[in-house]
Design a binder for this molecule. Structure first.
Ligand code: SF4
Length: 389
């Protein structure tokens, strides 16, 4: 685990008072779930709760750039228990343009004060992409470009977190042709450690877990090579998907609303990116609402935590299956041929399966059953038809 500079902890400002109406039981539950989200024990969650009860709150400066504010909204709109209320109880939010009552010079003064008082200790949270073309003029706050503002605030931060896919790699702004030259914070702040919490939006627990670990222990979660905390982003959605048994059995939906779709069949042939997407959506309820995520409501995963998928490959475009999963699809196709049906797979997928060599089959099935991450393909979808036959 990396060590963050100067933690903990600052006290003070807009969220100092313990105003939460949330009970101790819910408070402990949220801390425990946040600990689990970054792969730590329940006792760690209890330690966080105790630290928060003592008023030890990290100072957070939250920057908004090119984005829809969906990451902030998803933190604030969680349902039961009131995660948002708890988040605001656990951190000292010293600058946040969306939540600030202050505006204009007053807000700028608050930023300056927070940077001076918490120099070397505060957490810089970045939400949104950063335009770099033409000197970064396409996003300016108080006359300064997002580019300059990010560099200045990040330079004095104890830790930097990029929340959401826009801050992690540019998001929708960076989609072709990327007219503003948008990038994510890690690409701007080369040489600095940036904890990336991608997702559109990400699960609030992923963020909360990382912040609480920083606040309590002064350490960063273990990160993967893309800067994502390993625990929530270490496995693919496909590995824990509630429709996985349908995939393994070769039951695929091939039209929205068909019998297979309504009966919970696998969504791969409708364009599901779950086999390549590293995220805990299948294991941590979003907003505390069971089933409230794309696959839970019958929509394919769009790969929102993967830079090579989101805004690069159409949500409905079938992608080439990872080698480890091809044997399952190949066997489904063979069974379908025998039965004289399409097997639920569209032509693009069947074509890909057809090129798999026999030697791959046994090894591939074993690897698929064991799980493990899959690297997304380059952003060239397989086949030409975005819909099923
Ligand atoms: Fe779930 Fe998608 Fe994998 Fe099917 S392909 S099991 S819907 S993640």
């Amino acid at each position: 685990m990396g060590k963050a500079r100067g933690f903990p902890i600052s006290r003070g400002s807009v969220t100092d008072e313990k105003t939460s109406g949330v009970g101790r039981r819910d408070f402990l539950k949220v801390c425990t779930m946040a600990a689990a989200a970054v792969g730590l024990s329940a006792s760690t969650g209890r330690a966080w709760a105790e630290a928060a009860a003592k008023g030890l709150k990290p100072s957070v400066i939250w920057l908004h750039f090119q984005e829809c504010t969906g990451c902030t909204e998803s933190l604030l709109r969680t349902s039961h228990p009131a995660v948002a209320e708890l988040i605001l109880d656990l951190i000292s939010l010293d600058y946040h343009e969306t939540l600030f009552a202050a505006a204009g010079h007053q807000a700028e003064d608050a930023l300056k004060t927070a940077m001076e008082k918490g120099a070397g200790k505060y957490i810089c949270v970045v939400e949104g992409g950063i335009p770099t073309k033409d000197g970064g003029i396409y996003c300016q706050i108080a006359g300064r470009t997002a580019l300059d503002m990010l560099k200045e605030v990040a330079d004095k931060a104890g830790a930097i977190i990029a929340i959401g896919s826009c801050a992690s790699w540019g998001g929708i702004q960076a989609a072709d042709p990327n007219p503003t030259g948008a990038k994510g914070a890690p690409q701007i702040l080369e040489g600095k450690t940036v904890v990336s919490i991608p997702g559109c939006p990400p699960n609030p627990y992923n963020f909360l877990g990382a912040v609480l670990q920083l606040a309590t222990f002064g350490t960063l979660p273990a990160l993967d090579e893309k800067g994502r905390p390993k625990f929530p982003y270490g496995r693919t959605i496909h590995e824990s998907c509630p429709r996985r048994a349908q995939f393994d059995a070769g039951h695929f939906a091939h039209q929205y609303g068909d019998d297979a779709h309504r009966n919970g069949a696998c969504l791969f042939s409708l364009g599901c990116k779950g086999p390549y997407t590293h995220a805990p959506c299948a294991t941590i309820d979003f907003g505390e609402v069971p089933g409230a995520w794309p696959i839970g409501i019958g929509h394919p995963c769009i790969g929102c935590t993967e830079a090579k998928l989101l805004w690069r490959v159409s949500a409905y475009q079938t992608i080439e299956p990872p080698p480890t999963l091809r044997p399952v699809l190949e066997s489904s196709q063979a069974e379908a041929r025998e039965a004289g049906t399409s097997g639920g797979l569209n032509r693009a997928v069947v074509g890909a399966v057809g090129v798999v060599g026999g030697a791959l089959v046994t090894a591939g099935v074993m690897a698929a059953r064991k799980g493990g991450g899959q690297e997304p393909p380059d952003p060239a979808p397989h086949g030409s038809s975005p819909t099923a036959d």
